[in-house]
Design a protein around this ligand. Structure first.
Ligand code: MN
Length: 242
């Protein structure tokens, strides 16, 4: 089992589920929403070897956390994984777009300086801008576009750049999500939960439920579920061994 994008520190019972996540999932990427949260979470989660904590600054809260930008930049050399970062171009966050873009640009630039990072990226309503900045820093590492909701044109551009995609159980329930997924090469796909924000049947998706997307992938790809699972593990090994 694996989960490439969860807000593990934000579950109500985070401390209670930590050991379970660590034992069921052979790999979990716990993204954070601010660099201060990373510092604390990284300490608290240390010792759980199958859980990696990504350093982030969520685009929806850049106004409140703007004073943590220097801390974010200064910590990048210490963290192999970056996220959640990105740009949110939807109506509610238009005002902070200049700040969001500046922070994303500086972060990606710093990832390149640090020798490349695995980066979990939020790209709602902003795929073209996100890709434009990623193109400026070709050695910034491996971008994983999480919960992709862009157009087919956006998707093709991201595939051309070899972006990875982490997909969650909610995506596979929508027709648009399924259509997008069917166009992504198998070797670029990973499972994610995006819990506790992603809610299915009234309950947050748990990190050990991210792999439930394999059922839908098996239908979309018309291959047995075991084969889907082995593709996910192969993709993960390729990602971590880069
Ligand atoms: Mn998220």
């Amino acid at each position: 089992m694996m989960d490439l994008h969860t807000h593990l520190d934000l579950y109500k019972n985070a401390m209670d589920i930590l050991a379970k996540v660590n034992s069921i999932n052979s790999f979990t990427l716990a993204v954070t929403t601010s660099p201060r949260a990373w510092v604390i979470t990284n300490k608290v989660f240390s010792g759980y070897d199958n859980i990696k904590v990504a350093l982030g600054l969520h685009p929806e809260i850049v106004v409140e956390k703007f004073n943590e930008l220097d801390l974010l930049i200064s910590l990048i050399p210490q963290s192999d994984f970056i996220g959640e970062i990105g740009i949110d171009g939807s109506a509610g966050y238009v005002k902070s777009l200049p700040q969001q873009e500046m922070i994303f640009d500086r972060t990606i630039k710093e990832c390149q300086k640090a020798g490349g990072r695995i980066i979990s990226i939020h790209s709602r309503g902003s795929v073209a801008k996100v890709l434009e900045i990623l193109k400026k820093y070709p050695d910034s590492g491996i971008p994983i576009l999480h919960w992709f909701t862009g157009s087919i044109t956006d998707l093709q551009a991201a595939i051309d750049m070899q972006c990875r995609f982490s997909i969650n159980p909610l995506m596979v329930y929508s027709k648009k999500g399924k259509d997008l997924i069917s166009r992504i090469p198998k070797y670029l796909i990973f499972p994610e939960s995006d819990g506790p924000f992603a809610i299915l049947n009234g309950k947050p998706v748990m990190p050990w439920e991210a792999m439930d997307v394999c059922t839908s992938l098996s239908e979309i790809w018309v291959i047995p579920i075991d084969e889907v699972k082995s593709i996910m593990h192969k993709n993960l090994n390729a990602l971590l061994n880069k």
